[in-house]
Design a protein around this ligand. Structure first.
Ligand code: NDP
Length: 450
């Protein structure tokens, strides 16, 4: 058995049932083979064996009382994967499908994503198997307060700084921060994604979506193309998707479709951003409500999706932005996209392509930006929020946005150069994995066996 196969087999035994985590590790290890072959230090120092094991994992009970007076119990997680490059940084996800394997996959990916930003950030992730849908504001507040009643002792501005993710936006960060402040008596930067008026950063909310669009623009520029005039599809209708649509419109592209957990909307004339925001951010409704406002648009419910695929990827486009969740783009979807002329897939979500889809997209030699690089804008802006909190300052939107643009361009250069160095020019999956890993691994060697 090769070193990589051996390590993976060991991991299967030690982390049974953690499929998403295993998938993330397998993808990275396969990419790293040329680096591990070229530099024996990484094996000698047992970097792989160390890096797949989180520094610390906290699993805790989250009891709370719903509006009917019934006691509810959820499971909370915080996985502090790596503090090699800086304080642990990574979001919190509240979704019924959250489990230990999902949080570990997200935390593992976060180590390398954060390394790629060039900023001093470690990697981690957390969350709970809590479903915020159909819950009242008071229920969400009580849940967040209970969650923070355990989490507060593990986080802080120089140790671990959580942010939002699926199901955790500015409302939830507000309730979490309020409870953190009450328990610790400190007003500090222990969370990012806060509202601007009480310590947040302008541009943080927009940063992941905007950053993904900037990254796509960099990929296309390298081929002498641009987003202006392109037809685009964007899966999801949450924070990342909405701001991807917003930036695409600004750059002269036409986003024609978005989706959510109920189905998709196809609006050939271009998604109406105001209607989308009203439906998803204000009314918190399913996308069918969008069509009530825009009768020319078409709603396709999930029940009508093709077997083994997602109908949004069958809509012809020049560029696609998977921005909902993991494994939402299958092999069938990838083939359909490329056959329909798609020239760019840029991942706003974490690991949205299945391994088969990812391989197909890489082999097809279209512009393919992996989430680790393409969606790093969110965490980069979080670090800018941390800097502003530490300096007791607030920057303008223009300042944050221009820094974000520079960071995304630098990430593109870093991953492109690493791909080229290891003989696969244009293979940004390999480039991102190698460049992210090498930065963390070299620092681990400097810091000794810890
Ligand atoms: P949100 O909760 O704001 O939005 C998620 C969207 O995806 C919603 O429209 C939701 O549908 C849809 N969705 C979620 N799960 C499923 C599913 N299983 N099937 C179909 N649709 C689904 O989350 P974000 O926009 O913040 O996150 C989206 C992705 O981007 C995630 O992979 C996240 O890890 C990643 N990401 C987020 C960052 C951030 O800054 N927020 C940073 C980097 C990556 P519905 O509206 O019906 O619930």
């Amino acid at each position: 058995m090769s070193y990589t196969e051996d390590t993976l087999a060991g991991l299967r035994r030690s982390s049974p049932g953690q499929d998403e985590f295993f998938q993330a590790v397998e993808e990275i290890l396969q990419s790293l083979a040329p680096l591990l072959d070229s530099d024996p230090r990484y094996r000698r120092e047992r970097i792989i064996e160390r890096i797949v094991e989180p520094e610390r994992q906290i699993i805790f009970r989250v009891p709370w009382v719903d509006d009917e007076g019934t006691i509810q119990v959820n499971k909370g997680y915080r996985v502090q994967f790596s503090s090699t490059l800086g304080p642990v940084k990574g979001g919190l996800r509240f979704h019924p499908a959250v489990n230990g394997g999902v949080i570990k996959f997200l935390g593992f990916e976060q180590i390398f994503k954060n390394a790629l930003t060039g900023l001093p950030l470690g990697g981690g992730k957390g969350g709970a198997n809590f479903n915020p849908k159909q819950r009242s504001n008071s229920e969400i507040m009580r849940f967040c307060q209970s969650f923070m009643t355990e989490l507060y002792r593990h986080v802080g501005p120089t140790t671990d700084v959580p942010a939002g993710d699926i199901g955790v936006g500015v409302r939830e960060i507000g309730y979490l921060f309020g409870q953190y402040k009450r328990l610790t008596g400190r007003f500090d930067g222990a969370l990012t994604g806060k509202r601007f008026s009480w310590g947040g950063a302008l541009g943080r909310k927009e940063a992941t979506g905007y950053g993904a669009v900037y990254f796509a623009e960099e990929m296309l520029r390298a081929r002498g193309e641009g987003l202006d005039g392109m037809t685009c599809t964007v899966s999801g209708a949450g924070n990342v998707a909405i701001h991807t649509v917003e930036k695409l419109l600004e750059m002269g592209a036409t986003p024609v479709a978005v989706s959510d957990s109920t189905g998709l909307v196809h609006d050939e004339g271009g998604i109406d951003l105001e209607v989308l925001k009203q439906v998803k951010e204000v009314e918190r409704e399913g996308l069918e409500s969008y069509v009530r406002e825009r009768s020319e648009a078409r709603f396709v419910p999930v029940s009508d999706y093709p077997k083994g695929g997602h109908a949004i990827w069958a809509i012809p486009c020049d560029a696609a932005f998977p921005s909902a969740t993991q494994n939402e783009l299958t092999f069938l979807d990838a083939k359909t996209l490329v056959n329909n002329g798609c020239r760019c897939v840029c991942e706003g979500a974490n690991m949205p392509a299945t391994p088969e889809a990812s391989k197909f997209l890489g082999d097809s030699r279209i512009s393919y930006g992996p989430g680790k690089a393409a969606n790093a804008g969110g965490v980069a802006a979080s670090q800018l929020e941390m800097s502003q909190n530490a300096a007791m300052q607030q920057w303008t939107m223009e300042e944050v946005d221009s820094r974000l643009r520079v960071i995304m361009a630098k990430i593109h250069t870093t991953v492109s150069e690493a791909a080229e160095e290891f003989g696969e020019p244009g293979d940004l999956v390999r480039g991102a994995n190698i460049a992210g890993f090498r930065k963390v691994a070299d620092a681990m060697i400097d810091q000794g066996v810890v």
